[in-house]
Design a binder for this molecule. Structure first.
Ligand code: UD1
Length: 368
């Protein structure tokens, strides 16, 4: 019998921790599956890409499309142009895409016109905010994909409401959590706390990169001022995304940062150092999607600096509070969280470290 050929796509940082356990599971079943890994090159800095491949032991990509940065149209179009001849040459049975980045959308669009089946991992998440580029990517990807694998039951409900046929949807759980559980023991060996001279439970961590927060001067400066107020209570470690670093420079916000020496600006961290850092923190303030999930599982309080979340289960069952971006509100909620501090791991159905096995089972089941 011919082996089932699956082409897996990654592009940007949040894709890497999702693809790692899937590649691992496919390699375990290499007698019946052939897996190919394509990196679009959407993220290319060592700190945003290569470090994750090394730490998460992801095999070298078979192909790198090296598309780099650009406007949304440029980036999406470049990925499509480079990906079409590749997928025509390799003729996979399935193309597997993860998450909601431009690479997810671009490869799905190409395959749907060529009649190549697409499996979307992390399907069905909705913020209901079309000003977010990721929301557009999620809606279009889910409208076109052949198999929609969801992390939680709210995602199933969203898809059903949009008219997706029930037989195309399967709840498999959260594949990021497979990586989290696998890497926790290794992360504990990281020296990051020592390097930053921090003690467990005595600092906050923040990450920011959403265009709606960092591309607007007033919003970004308000958030930084709020972090400054919080930093008077406890150090705030801020591993900075390249996009955010550029904006701080462009908007000349360094002067605000200079007033708050306890905001500790550092380079983006690798997976293991970052995991060790936030899992030992007292509070996380973020606009990331994945961090809302990871902090929930580990029981670390997460304050989400956005007006909405596509991951409501982290509010219902986890540790997440979605509070918007006003300076006063951030300060108020952070102080409340610090006053009522507790550290309690949360159980969310199917976030059990075994999603990758269910993902590969689902693809096999839907092939026949
Ligand atoms: C992308 C994803 C977002 C994800 C985020 C995680 C989309 C629409 N957005 O946003 O969902 O949460 O990744 O990081 O796909 N840059 C570098 N080096 C890099 C990559 C980017 O310096 O390796 C700089 C470039 O100046 C670039 C900017 O960061 O213009 C933004 O990168 P881009 O890939 O466009 O979007 P992200 O903001 O990273």
């Amino acid at each position: 019998m011919e082996k089932l050929k699956i082409m897996n796509i990654v592009g940007a940082r949040p894709n890497f921790m999702k693809i790692a356990p899937i590649m691992d599971e496919m390699l375990k079943r290499k007698d019946s599956l052939e897996s190919i890994l394509v990196h679009t090159g959407q993220h290319y800095d060592k700190a945003m890409s290569q470090t994750f491949f090394q730490e998460l032991e992801i095999p070298e990509p078979d192909i790198n499309l090296n598309v780099g940065s650009g406007t949304h149209a440029e980036q999406t179009a470049r990925i499509m142009l480079a990906f079409e001849p590749l997928v025509l040459e390799k003729k996979p049975d399935w193309v597997l895409v993860v998450g909601d980045v431009n690479s997810t959308l671009a490869c799905t669009l190409v395959c749907s016109k060529l009649g190549i089946k697409v499996c979307h991992v992390e399907a069905g998440l909705r913020s209901f905010d079309r000003a977010m580029p990721e929301e557009i990517n999620r809606i279009v990807t889910d409208a076109l994909a052949d198999l929609l694998l969801t992390p939680s039951s709210d995602a199933d409900e969203n898809l059903l409401k949009e008219g997706v046929a029930a037989q195309k949807i399967k709840l498999v759980g959260n594949v990021m959590i497979d990586t989290l559980y696998k890497q926790l023991p290794k992360a504990k060996k990281s020296n990051i706390l020592k390097e930053l001279e921090l003690k467990s439970d005595s600092f906050a961590v923040t990450t920011l990169h959403r265009p709606s927060n960092v591309d607007d001067r007033a919003t970004l400066s308000g958030i930084i001022e709020a972090l400054g107020t919080i930093s008077k209570r406890l150090p705030v470690v801020f591993p900075i995304h390249p996009r955010t670093r550029e904006r701080i420079k462009q908007f000349e916000l360094n002067t605000i940062l200079d007033n708050y020496p306890s905001i500790r600006l550092i380079e983006p961290l690798g997976y293991l150092d970052f995991l060790q850092l936030y899992s030992n923190s007292k509070l996380v303030l973020t606009d990331s999607g994945g961090i809302q999930e990871e902090t929930s599982v580990l029981g670390i309080t997460c304050i989400t600096l956005r007006e909405n979340t596509e991951r409501p289960i982290t509010v219902e069952k986890g540790t997440n509070r979605v509070i918007g971006t006003s300076k006063e509100k951030i300060e108020e909620e952070a102080m409340k969280a610090l006053a009522s501090y507790s550290h309690q791991e949360k159980k969310i159905p199917f976030w059990d470290g075994k999603a990758s096995s269910r993902i590969v089972d689902a693809i096999i089941e839907y092939t026949s």
